[in-house]
Structure formats: structure tokens, C-alpha cells
Design a protein around this ligand. Structure first.
Ligand code: FEO
Length: 400
């Protein structure tokens, strides 16, 4: 089915209700691959879908137009969740011209046989007249691939933002005033943390460019369209782009015989106070998707692992490797863990924090086999230190 977005502009993509794994990002609410049809004297399709949904896209299109009427297929981003349907769309609409930036041409050619396709290469500031309205293109490299681009219709004050401002959120509703705002913002935050977080500097530049545009509608390529709550999502992106810290302490750990868990609980007890949100997560009871989202706005983090086979435990290593790739900015933290005869576990965790350029607040807290009362006191004091630093970092960020 198709859904009108504005006069002559329709949402014609597909909802992926059953998606639960997006390259290891746990997508509990599914997703959608949003495609937009712009009808004027010329007709443009903005992006396509993940390959298995191409039939649904073509059926939706057939409700509004015939394949021979598609003049342009804009490819804002070459990742296959948006370009997978392109070969079949181009086979169905052979007269259409693919509109994308130069880097995108090369990337598409690695995935598909593009030899017979017409390309119109655009760069930032270029426009393409469709009739009464036009498309303006803005490259946003590394938000989140090199060829990433957004497309703006000034006459409709509408931005096709592709991945930016998206959410993995399957819904029958299409607009932000038709779904619960708290759920929408939570999904947008999860999406940002797990997809966009490494590219905060580029997001800041993108937001500066977007501020020069008069925008009433942001139509992303995943999830819900923003038309009523632009202020909320733009403000949130400003915070997320710099990992702006809240007064929030995370205690994340793995454990073998509950010794490291006792230490984690003592750290949490020390960090618990009014005005500070302190949370505890066992890595084998929580997904990396959730942990990355929690890390985005946490000020301080304690990460613990006992020593297992001369290093940290495997799930802890997996989570830390994931977080390291997401490169959270401006965090402070410390490490802890039990050991039997080698202290490598907590030490190796500290190596990850250093790699992520954390402000490391102290040496690892260790306990041989089982924490003594003195070690648990040390953990409680460390929790207080984490809460103190979280309040300082959040206060400093609030004044910026
Ligand atoms: Fe939704 Fe980067 O693809």
C-alpha cells in the first residue's frame, strides 16, 4: 500500500515486521525500508528497499504509476537495505536514471551489474528540476557511509534523510504524531547509538548544514516520518552527536562464581544517590544493543570481568569490542574483577577503556577468588567516585 506524505509525495516502501537482527543490532520492533515517490512533470523514486521486499515496493508503485513513468531513482545510500531492490527496479524501469554521488556509483558497481544503467552524478548543492518542485542534494559523508547523501525538496520543506533520524520501528502508522513519542524517541536513540555513534563529528557538521534549510518534514529511510516533533529529534541529535553525558553511572560486568557480581553490586550501592541514575547490567542478561544505547548518555562506567583463561570473559570481550567500534566520546570509568592466580581479566578490561580514551579514574579493583569486606568497601568508594565524576561531567556539559 502507499501512504500520502504531501500532495504528490507518497511513502511506497515496505515494513519488515519480523526483523530481529540487523547485523547483530537486536531490532525488537522490526524495521521498515522507506521509499518515497515524488510525482511532478518528472517522477522520482527516492531510494529502494532491501532485496526481498522489492516485489512489495513494485506493487505499491503500481497503485500510483507505471514503471515507464519513473524518470529518476535517487540513491542516497548504497547499503543493501536501501539499494537491494535497485537491480529489479532498474530492470522494470530501464528508462530511469540513477541519481547519486560519485562515490555511490563505484559502491553500487561492487554489488550489482550496473553496466546498463544511466547515471546522473550529483554533488552537494546540485539541483534537479522535476516541474513545480525540485530536488536538492546534500552529501553527508560518513553519516554513515562515504557515499551517504540526503535529498531536499525546498518547495515542500521536506528532507529525505535516509539513515539519519531513522529508527528500526515497524508500525502501521507512518508519522510521529501517530505513535507514542516516548517509544519513537527510544527507538531513535537506540538507532543512533548502534549505527551512527562513531560519526558524531560528521553528525555535528550535518546538523549545521541542516540548520540552513527550512524543514517541516524529515522523511527517513527507516521507521517513522517526523512532522510534529522535529524540535525533539533535532535537539536529541545535537546531544547524541557529542555523547552529552547525563548524571548516569553504569555498572557492567560478567561473573563466574558471583565474586565479580558482588563487587558490581557494591559499586552500584556506592553510586546510588538522589540525582544520579545508577544502573547495573550483567552482560549475559543484556544485549550489546541495549548496552550501547545506555552508554551513549552515561557519564561514567564501571566495567568488570573476572580472569578466565588468562584474559577477560568472552561475552565481556564481545561487548567491549562492540563498544570500542562505536567509539563513545568523553566517558570516565574504572574496571574491576576477581581472579584466582592471574589478574589479566580486569587488566585487559582496562586496556579497552584506554583504547576508547576513557578518563580512567583508578587502577583496577581486584579480589582474589572472593571479595573481602575491605575490597567491597573499596568498591563502594569507587561507586561514590563514579557518581561524583558523573555529576561533574553532566554539570559541565549542561553549561556548554
Ligand atoms: Fe539503513 Fe546504512 O543503511
Amino acid at each position: 500500500m502507499h501512504v500520502p506524505v504531501k500532495d504528490g509525495i507518497y511513502s511506497v516502501g515496505a515494513v519488515d515486521w519480523n526483523l530481529r537482527d540487523f547485523h547483530d543490532y537486536e531490532t525488537l520492533r522490526g524495521s521498515s525500508y522507506n521509499v518515497y515517490l515524488v510525482q511532478d512533470e518528472k517522477t522520482a523514486l527516492i531510494d529502494t528497499v532491501k532485496a526481498p521486499f522489492t516485489g512489495e515496493l513494485l506493487r505499491n508503485l503500481s497503485e500510483l504509476t507505471s514503471p515507464g513513468d519513473i524518470d529518476y531513482v535517487v540513491v542516497n545510500h548504497a547499503e543493501p537495505d536501501h539499494s537491494g531492490g535497485l537491480p529489479e527496479v532498474m530492470a522494470t524501469c530501464p528508462q530511469a536514471t540513477v541519481v547519486c554521488d560519485e562515490k555511490c556509483v563505484g559502491t553500487l558497481s561492487t554489488y550489482y551489474d550496473t553496466a546498463g544503467w544511466n547515471f546522473h552524478i550529483v554533488a552537494t548543492g546540485d539541483t534537479l528540476a522535476l516541474g513545480a518542485r525540485s530536488l536538492t542534494f546534500l552529501e553527508i559523508p560518513m553519516v554513515h557511509w562515504p557515499e551517504s547523501m540526503v535529498t531536499y525538496i525546498p518547495e515542500d520543506k521536506l528532507l529525505f534523510s535516509n539513515d539519519a533520524f531513522g529508527q528500526h520501528y515497524a508500525a502501521s502508522a507512518r508519522f510521529d504524531d501517530e505513535v507514542p513519542l516516548d517509544v519513537l524517541m527510544a527507538e531513535a536513540k537506540t538507532y543512533y547509538a548502534n549505527i551512527v555513534m562513531p560519526y558524531g563529528k560528521q553528525v555535528v557538521k550535518t546538523l549545521e548544514k541542516a540548520a540552513e534549510l527550512d524543514i517541516e518534514v524529515i522523511a527517513p529511510a527507516h521507521g517513522i516520518i517526523w512532522r510534529a516533533h522535529l524540535g525533539e529529534i533535532l535537539s536529541a541529535y545535537s546531544d547524541w552527536a557529542v555523547c552529552r553525558p547525563a548524571p548516569k553511572v553504569l555498572v557492567i560486568y560478567d561473573t563466574m562464581w558471583k565474586s565479580t557480581e558482588k563487587m558490581a553490586q557494591a559499586i552500584l550501592d556506592g553510586a546510588t544517590r538522589p540525582g544520579v541514575e545508577a544502573k547495573l547490567f550483567w552482560v549475559r542478561a543484556t544485549t550489546a544493543t541495549v548496552l550501547a544505547t545506555e552508554v551513549l548518555d552515561a557519564a561514567t562506567i564501571a566495567f568488570g570481568s573476572p580472569t578466565l583463561n588468562h584474559t577477560l570473559m568472552p561475552k565481556a570481550a564481545s561487548v567491549l569490542t562492540y563498544l570500542k567500534g562505536l567509539a563513545p566520546q568523553g566517558k570516565a570509568g574504572l574496571t574491576f574483577g576477581s581472579y584466582g592466580w592471574g589478574k589479566q581479566g580486569p587488566g585487559d578490561v582496562q586496556g579497552y577503556l584506554e583504547d576508547m580514551k576513557f578518563e580512567v579514574l583508578r587502577d583496577p579493583i581486584v579480589a582474589q577468588y572472593n571479595p573481602t569486606a575491605e575490597v567491597l568497601d573499596e568498591c563502594r568508594a569507587a561507586g561514590e567516585m563514579l557518581a561524583d565524576r558523573a555529576e561533574e561531567l553532566a554539570s559541565a556539559a549542561a553549561q556548554q
